[in-house]
Ligand binder design. Sequence first.
Ligand code: RET
Length: 269
Amino acid sequence: MNLENMLTYTPIQWQLVAHILILGFASMAAGFVYFLTTMRDVAPRYRISSVLGAIVMVSAFLLLYAQWQAWQTTFAFQNGEFVRSEGIFSNGFRYLNWLIDVPMLLLQLVVILGLGAAASRRLGTIFVGSGVAMIILGYIGQFYEVTNLTALWVWGGISTVFYIILLYYVWVEIGKAVERMPAPAAATMKSIRWLFLIAWTIYPIAYIMPAILPTADGVVLRQAIYTVADITSKVIYGVLVTKVAVDLSKAEGWTSLSSETEREMVSVN
Ligand code: RET
């Protein structure tokens, strides 16, 4: 059972969480449109990265929409505050969503790193393997956040080992890739490296919230942290990845489909 279910909320706290969840799924819808419309500016060899971005948007949209609905039905307004009524609110669904999104986000990176087939397969395997292990261990740990804080820390600790392996490979592989990339793409890659370190590391803070701030304010803060992390690690990240893909495509002589089509239309006329 998650901490969210054990507390009561003032109308402001309850609304803040509802609004934060809406901000989350609205951003995913916006990102979806962005990845689809910019796809034609990307050369075929990098285009799957936009497809992966769009898949992340759809799955995150559905998850956050469901979380928002659950927040509305789980609590009812009584005597000036929001108290638990029917069902439970579970953050566990987020972890299952990450099982889809984390591999997709990491594979987006593999695509724009521009490695050969064998090196891409090897790195993809390390990324997906450590990402999935990290999430499953955290998923188990979060079940204990109210009943057994030691279990929460232990599962979280083991999960962190896989997270550090993951971060190490992300850091090192981006470092190698910037050496061979043209300047604009290399600069964006460096931002992506920092984005990884910061945006991904705030998820564990949300995970340990029941140990550090087990209050209604802690719940509001946790949902805010999840949302900031989601928008940064999925939407802003995807925009930066697209920018790298467009820069690399241009450097490799790819002219976007739209400008080609426009030119054709002009010559027909
Ligand atoms: C857990 C458990 C506690 C220890 C660590 C964790 C890391 C979670 C991360 C999640 C990233 C999620 C993303 C989702 C995007 O869709 C599992 C909370 C280290 C890094 C990027």
